[in-house]
Design a protein around this ligand. Structure first.
Ligand code: GDP
Ligand code: IMO
Ligand code: MG
Length: 424
């Protein structure tokens, strides 16, 4: 059985927790898109892991971890993560495999991300400054890109870096009046990346297809969320990869046909980090209540997340384009204690009602949400582990979301820990 976990909103839905739970029944967990812009949290007892590049399955010592082709690998972050797990006696030796075709994020990508965002002023996208956009831009541009496999031929890479860095420095000086970067420093870093990461670097497509032929169970771990997809999200306020489930086959070379189940993850409300339209945003005391109670601060950047009501129009769109089979609804506990809860069931755009999400941001910014208001609950639900033990209003809320999205909610999160999960 192969399955894929996908974010149905603007990221941070709780994918890390869901992947950690499902990894127990998997042999291999694969990250196939995005980079260190992701921050996936796994809580085990009193330990909290924030993973940016390693698949969330990595905290389980027997799971094989794959970082596939379309991930942009920041070796500094990856090595730090490997070290942090080693400090907790979790080793990645012989069970981490990185694609030789994955592109490498280098310091000049992060610098370019930062300079561009600063120069945009109030029009900035609000990126994570992890060099994601510039690295994917170099990948698509082809001529000035570095892939993991290039670390194998270090002398050729030296010449290539000279050309790339010369060019980057011209751009940095001309556009941003910024100081040049030193190619020797980048090259020294690449030499040490080669020493430390080449032992993990292979043809992951071959590896995955052999594993499938051997009957292994593979879990594909999405990063970001469907609404941040470069082609299907709220462009330009998106990331630079196909972060919906449509990116999974292209990202790792395994066809979607070979995946038995697509599980979408959504929060019981909506959050977003960075700029861009957000129809159900509650920039008021309700949003603040959710932020405080749900600890809605970025795993990667620490930024306060924007918070709002559950948007069934947006989630239904993600379900539709993602061929989602079922939903994991996280953070139900965060809504406890609100006076009432609202769900957006349709948008009104220029006087017309629609239930199909417009990814085009001109239309999305004109959308006013049409809400259904439902009663809340006061009871603490953080220790509930059976659906029928939830307060009736919480059960009804879940069933209403099922009705609006047309998909069963098979997992409900009532807290960050593994055992704070209701499976139906
Ligand atoms: P991801 O990027 O989708 O993996 O999500 P993040 O890890 O960035 O953010 C989700 C946050 O919510 C993390 O701090 C999790 O520990 C936490 N979390 C996950 N599920 C639940 C839940 O059901 N209830 C609560 N209160 N916290 C949760
Ligand atoms: P996980 O995997 C939430 C957002 C950034 C910004 C936009 C572009 O933890 O759900 P980028 O650095 O990718 O160029 O930033 O995308 N973003 C995320 N928001 N969760 C994420 O990942 C995100 N990855 C990128 O905040 O708005
Ligand atoms: Mg996150």
């Amino acid at each position: 059985m192969n399955s894929c976990v996908i974010g149905l909103q603007w990221g941070d839905e709780g994918k890390g927790k869901v992947v950690d739970i499902l990894a127990e029944r998997s042999d291999i967990v694969v990250r196939y898109s995005g980079g260190a812009n992701a921050g996936h949290t796994v809580v085990i007892g009193d330990s909290r892991f924030a993973l940016h590049l390693l698949p969330s399955g990595s905290v389980r010592p027997n799971i094989i971890c794959v970082i596939a082709n379309a991930v942009v690998v920041d070796p500094d972050t990856l090595l730090k993560e490997i070290d942090e797990l080693a400090k907790k006696n979790i080793t990645l030796n012989n069970r981490l495999f990185i694609s030789e075709n994955a592109h490498v994020v280098l310091d000049y990508h992060k610098k370019e991300d930062q300079l561009r965002e600063e120069s945009l002023g109030k029009n900035k996208l609000g990126t994570t400054i992890r060099g994601i956009g510039p690295c994917y831009a170099d990948k698509i541009g082809r001529s000035y890109a570095v892939r993991m496999g290039d670390l194998r031929n270090i002398q050729e890479l030296k010449a290539k870096l000279q050309v790339i860095v010369d060019r980057k420095n011209k751009i940095f000086a001309a556009l941003y009046n910024a100081k040049p970067i030193n190619v020797a420093d980048i090259f020294e870093k690449c030499k040490s990346y080669a020493d430390e990461l080449l032992p993990f670097t292979i043809d992951t497509t071959e590896f995955l297809h052999k594993a499938i032929a051997d009957g292994k169970s593979i879990l594909f771990e999405g990063a970001q969320g469907t609404l941040l997809d470069i082609d299907h999200g709220t462009f330009p306020f998106v990331t630079s990869s196909n972060s919906s489930s449509l990116g999974m086959p292209a990202g790792c070379g395994v066809p979607a046909k070979m995946v038995d189940k697509f599980l979408g993850v959504a929060k019981a409300y909506t959050t977003r980090v960075g700029a861009g339209p957000f129809p159900t945003e509650q920039d008021n005391e309700i949003g603040q209540y959710i932020r405080d109670k749900g600890n809605e601060y970025g795993t990667t950047t620490g930024r306060p997340r924007r918070c709002g009501w559950f948007d069934a129009v947006a989630v239904s769109y993600a379900v539709t384009i993602g061929a989602i089979d079922s939903i994991a609804l996280m953070h139900l506990d965060t809504l406890t204690g609100l006076k009432e809860i609202k769900i957006c069931k349709a948008y009104k755009i220029n006087g017309r009602e629609t239930t199909f999400f417009p990814a085009n941001i001109t239309r999305l910014s004109q959308a006013s949400p049409i809400y259904e208001t439902v009663p809340s609950w006061e009871e603490d639900i953080t220790e509930v582990n059976d659906f029928h033990d939830l307060p009736l209003n919480a059960q009804n809320y879940i069933m209403l979301i099922e009705e609006m999205t047309g998909k069963p909610i098979t997992t409900v999160g009532v807290g960050p820990k593994r055992n704070q999960t209701i499976l139906r």
